[in-house]
Design a protein around this ligand. Structure first.
Ligand SMILES: [Zn+2]
Ligand SMILES: [Zn+2]
Length: 266
């Protein structure tokens, strides 16, 4: 079979990934992938915002690293992208980033549920003890809905990320999913199937099957991403992700180039 593209990969510039883009590209080719995209954590306006992303003065170097992989691997389609954090008030900054280079797509991700707490950061796992889990999930999905509606992103990343550490609210989260998915469907944004969840405590693709079933009913398009932070993780568990997508009714995935889309059969 022809694999869908792996649209979510990182580089060492984010300070918590290893391997150069060329090594990721070589791994993709070895697996039989035809297309990958680099989507490293985008810089913030202030470099001291946190310590797990490239600095602003490294953005050009990042683009050059990806361009080098494009030149060195002419048989592989290599896309230039960013995983951009969505926080309320950052819209202007994200527009500014968008204007700097000819990106193929932006993945909009919510990690932060406050200005200082990223829900997936193991160093801040203690915060879950001080906040009600349903409250955290609610804030998260409100922000994710805002990200979808902002028009700043082609793709919404790892949609049910708060499940990472298996800290689930007692309440039924289906209404949160539905409210977000209605906003996503209306905005035309694409949803990412992210296999990194299988490598975390939750042991599940982001998003979960019940979530993806609800997305499929609304005909929300999908992409695939390994969220590779090392070359060996490129294309990880794509067979499981494709099976999951097909099992809830998907027959297509969405490609991006120059921030425009085209659909491909799955
Ligand atoms: Zn990362
Ligand atoms: Zn992420």
């Amino acid at each position: 079979m022809r694999w869908p593209a792996d649209y979510h990969t990182h580089t060492p510039l984010c300070r918590h990934a290893s391997g150069e883009p060329g090594e990721y590209a070589a791994r993709a080719l070895a697996l039989g992938l035809a297309e990958i995209g680099f989507s490293d954590h985008s810089p913030m306006q202030r470099d001291d915002f946190d310590n797990w992303r490239m600095r602003l003065d490294q953005l050009d170097e990042y683009v050059e690293k990806v361009r080098r992989a494009q030149r060195d691997f002419p048989n592989l389609t290599v896309r230039l992208a960013l995983e951009v954090d969505y926080l309320p008030g950052h819209q202007e900054w994200i527009r500014c980033l968008a204007a700097r280079h000819p990106w193929d797509y932006f993945i909009g991700s919510v990690h932060y549920v406050s200005d200082s707490w990223a829900v997936d950061n193991p160093e801040h796992i203690g915060n879950w003890k001080t906040r009600d889990a349903f409250d955290v999930w609610s804030v998260y999905f409100d922000r994710l809905g805002e990200a979808a509606e902002s028009g700043l992103f082609e793709i919404v990343g790892h949609a049910d990320l708060p499940k990472k550490f298996r800290i689930y609210p007692a309440q039924d989260c289906a209404p949160l999913f539905d409210r977000f998915l209605d906003r996503a469907a209306k905005s035309g944004v694409t949803l990412e199937l992210n296999t990194a969840g299988l490598r975390k405590d939750c042991r599940e693709i982001y998003p979960s099957r019940p979530f993806l079933q609800r997305a499929a009913l609304r005909k929300i398009p999908i992409t695939f991403g390994s969220d590779a932070h090392a070359p060996a993780e490129v294309g990880a568990d794509f067979a499981a992700a494709v099976d999951l997508a097909r099992s809830v009714g998907y027959g297509q995935w969405r490609r991006f180039a120059g921030r425009k889309f085209a659909d491909a059969p799955l």
